[in-house]
Design a protein around this ligand. Structure first.
Ligand code: ATP
Length: 294
């Protein structure tokens, strides 16, 4: 069952196509990460899905609603989604607990405020004013406000910016727990390790177009791409790129007659594949412009 269904979505600002014909289907219970460089069109796409921006054209269905709906439909739609925006709103003179309780009242089927505060690791700060929280703690509060309504669909826009490594890991566990209870999650992130740790599928977007949608392990043919075999003999580092790493290892082992020192076999990281895709898309664009004389 699809929770998000997008067909040929388009949005321009003053002639600039920020979103240029996007198709996207996201299933219930899926964590989908939207990746792309600055200005690629991620926020525009996500805000159209959230109902915060209008679209120029295309069909969009989110939880069975058109996010541009107004009146009672808009309220029913908002009741079922959770949003963690990039920038935080300011309510500096309220405590963490007061803020979460306040947001709770917007929803018909909220989660317990204390449970949500604990889930984001802010129990000790429950009675602190928001303005004394650190940047990372503020961000955790944003996440708490995004999930307090017990959403069926959660939008996370660069959720872990400013988190320390431990808080990021804890947040990832929280997101996985939400997914395990059936929540669908649309995530935008610039952290490739975050996409790899969390996403069932990633969509790479560049200049308003989807470049590829795949599981993180399969993006850009990553699972079938050449492996690197690296090893060291007598202080000299060696590297070989191969389609058959097992054969290479057998050969080296036979040469060395035993254990291969500092042996590493690796495939390209998600970041390497992603940068290659984005770079390739950029150079194709330049080439197209040169050919067409633009
Ligand atoms: P980032 O990773 O930097 O957040 P993004 O992928 O979310 O980037 P968008 O914010 O969707 O990108 O922007 C896509 C393009 O549309 C950019 O070129 C941006 O300058 C432009 N844009 C976005 N919002 C507006 C607006 N309100 N008015 C005019 N142009 C806009």
């Amino acid at each position: 069952m699809s929770v998000i269904d997008v067909k040929d979505l388009r949005k321009s600002y003053n002639g600039l196509a920020a979103v240029d014909g996007i198709d996207l289907t996201i299933s219930q219970g899926e964590i989908f990460a939207l990746l792309g460089p600055n200005g690629a069109g991620k926020t525009t796409t996500v805000e159209i899905l959230e109902g915060f921006r209008s679209r120029d054209s295309g069909n969009v269905t989110v939880l069975g609603f058109d996010p541009q709906a107004t009146g009672i439909d808009a309220r029913r739609f908002r009741d079922r989604i959770g949003i963690v925006l990039q920038s935080t709103s300011d309510a500096g003179d309220l405590t963490v607990a007061e803020t979460v309780h306040h947001f709770q009242s917007y929803y018909s089927n909220p989660r317990m405020a204390e449970e949500v505060i604990a889930a984001v690791g802010l129990t000790e700060k429950s009675n602190s004013l928001i303005r004394v929280l650190s940047g990372g703690q503020r961000r955790r509060l944003d996440v708490a406000l995004g999930i307090v309504g017990n959403p069926e669909l959660l939008f996370l826009d660069e959720p872990t910016t400013g988190f320390d490594p431990e808080a990021r890991r804890a947040f990832w566990e929280l997101v996985k727990d939400l997914r395990n209870t059936g929540t669908t999650i649309l995530l935008t992130t610039h952290y490739l390790d975050e996409a790899e740790a969390l996403a069932d599928r990633v969509g790479v977007i560049n200049r308003g177009k989807i470049v590829e949608i795949a599981a993180p392990s399969e993006l850009g043919g990553r699972d079938t791409s050449m492996a690197y075999v690296r090893w060291v003999v007598d202080g000299v580092s060696y590297e070989e790129r191969t389609n058959s790493p097992t054969a290479v290892i057998r050969r080296i082992s036979a040469d060395i007659k035993g254990e291969i020192p500092q042996l590493i076999v690796s495939r390209p990281s998600l970041e390497e594949i992603y940068l290659e895709m984005i770079g390739h898309a950029e150079s194709t664009e330049i080439l197209t412009k040169e050919v067409s004389g633009a």
